[in-house]
Design a protein around this ligand. Structure first.
Ligand SMILES: Cc1ncc(COP(=O)(O)O)c(C=O)c1O
Length: 360
């Protein structure tokens, strides 16, 4: 069986052990005589899966009891609308820190719903840095950040702090579970699953119970966080297979040693690639400034479009998949989420060195 070096940005690599386990359990899930996809979402067998995913997430991220863990649908993109619908009243202003295209998209959705303020932006550096010099409007409803910028390859290493009455909200779609965070620093964290958590289809939301009290009753039921909190994310049919896969991925993370282990390995993987870039004497040009470099998405360019194109063609021939940069920015990007093994990064670093030697 052929398995490639998968550097896809999302959906992305899944741990091989998880895929094997899903395969083993596919036809007959825990003596039910059916697959987990065929179980009723109201059955006790499925309920256990659902509960296990929430419990494991709570343990791994050390989520305090005054937070709810929700499993929603619609991807991180639907959260861009749900957040202002729930937490932006007409007499307040939503604050956004812009660190890339995803935060711009989040802001755009909020602008359709109410008043907004750009607290800081790194647009002028081509999103090669993390924005600094934050200004909060006096009537701030919340501050929204994107913790890791999947497209540009930058990551917040020190989160902004807000006064306790201004909720800090973070889109952690592309770095959740990759490093230790203090959940209590945030009032709401959300992440589409398809990078570090599992397959696409489920969006994890971690929300402070206090914030739930603010959800207005006159918004669409499915976009109201209270609906999902009150019904343990079983108000309607949840994406049961995605949640099952999430539970297997969380099991795997725990077996690897939890988030601290993930963080250590991710650092090692990222350093391998950044060292290759830095030692290439300008052949590989990293997009992100050094102090903003992401440990999840390593973005770089080659000296010409022709070389970039040849690099991508040859990489593909050698079994490296997903190295093309996002269609908006071009160049190259290696997404090295939790499930990408160190060996894949070593193989890529070796390939980069040999390509450089042949093409300098
Ligand atoms: C940081 C970030 N936010 C949001 C999204 C959009 O996620 P979805 O496709 O789940 O809506 C992505 C997708 O890549 C992302 O990387």
């Amino acid at each position: 069986m052929k398995r490639v070096y998968n550097f896809n940005a999302g959906p992305a690599a899944l741990p091989k052990q998880v895929l094997h386990r899903a395969q083993e359990e596919l036809l007959d899930f825990q003596d039910t005589g059916m697959s987990v996809m065929e179980l009723s979402h109201r059955s006790k067998e499925y309920e256990k899966v659902h509960q296990k995913a929430a419990t494991l997430l709570q343990e791994l991220l050390q989520i305090p009891n005054d937070y709810e863990i929700l499993f929603m649908q619609g991807g991180a993109s639907l959260q861009f609308s749900a957040i202002p619908l729930n937490f932006l009243p007409s007499d307040k202003t939503a604050n956004y820190s812009l660190s890339g295209s995803w935060s711009e998209k989040a802001l755009k959705e909020a602008q359709k719903i109410g008043s907004t303020h750009t607290s800081s932006t790194a647009k002028e550096t081509g999103y090669s840095t993390i924005p600094s010099q934050l200004t909060l409007s006096t009537d701030a409803a919340y501050l929204h950040i994107t913790s890791n910028n999947t497209i540009f390859g930058t990551q917040w290493w020190e989160f902004p702090s807000t006064p306790s009455y201004i909720p800090l909200i973070a889109d952690m779609s592309s770095d959740i579970l990759s490093r230790t965070i203090n959940v209590e620093d945030f009032s709401l964290i959300y992440a589409g699953a398809q990078k570090n958590l599992g397959p696409s289809g489920v969006t994890v939301v971690i929300i402070k119970k206090e914030l739930l009290e603010q959800c207005p009753s006159n918004i669409p039921t499915m976009l109201n966080y209270q609906t999902h909190a009150k019904n343990k994310s079983l108000y309607n049919t949840p994406p049961t297979f995605s949640i099952y896969m999430l539970s297997l991925v969380l099991d795997w993370v725990a077996e690897q040693g939890g988030i601290e282990a993930m963080e250590r390995i991710n650092k090692e993987k990222a350093e391998l690639l950044y060292e290759t870039i830095d030692q290439s004497e300008g052949f590989y040009i990293g997009h992100a400034e050094k102090d903003a470099r992401s440990h999840m998405n390593v973005t770089f360019n080659l000296p010409s479009e022709e070389l970039t194109s040849n690099f991508l063609i040859q990489a593909k021939e050698e079994g490296f998949v997903g190295l093309g940069g996002h269609r908006m920015v071009g160049g190259c990007r290696a997404s090295i989420y939790n499930a990408v093994p160190l060996e894949s990064c070593q193989a890529l670093a070796d390939f980069m060195k040999s390509f450089q030697a042949k093409n300098r």
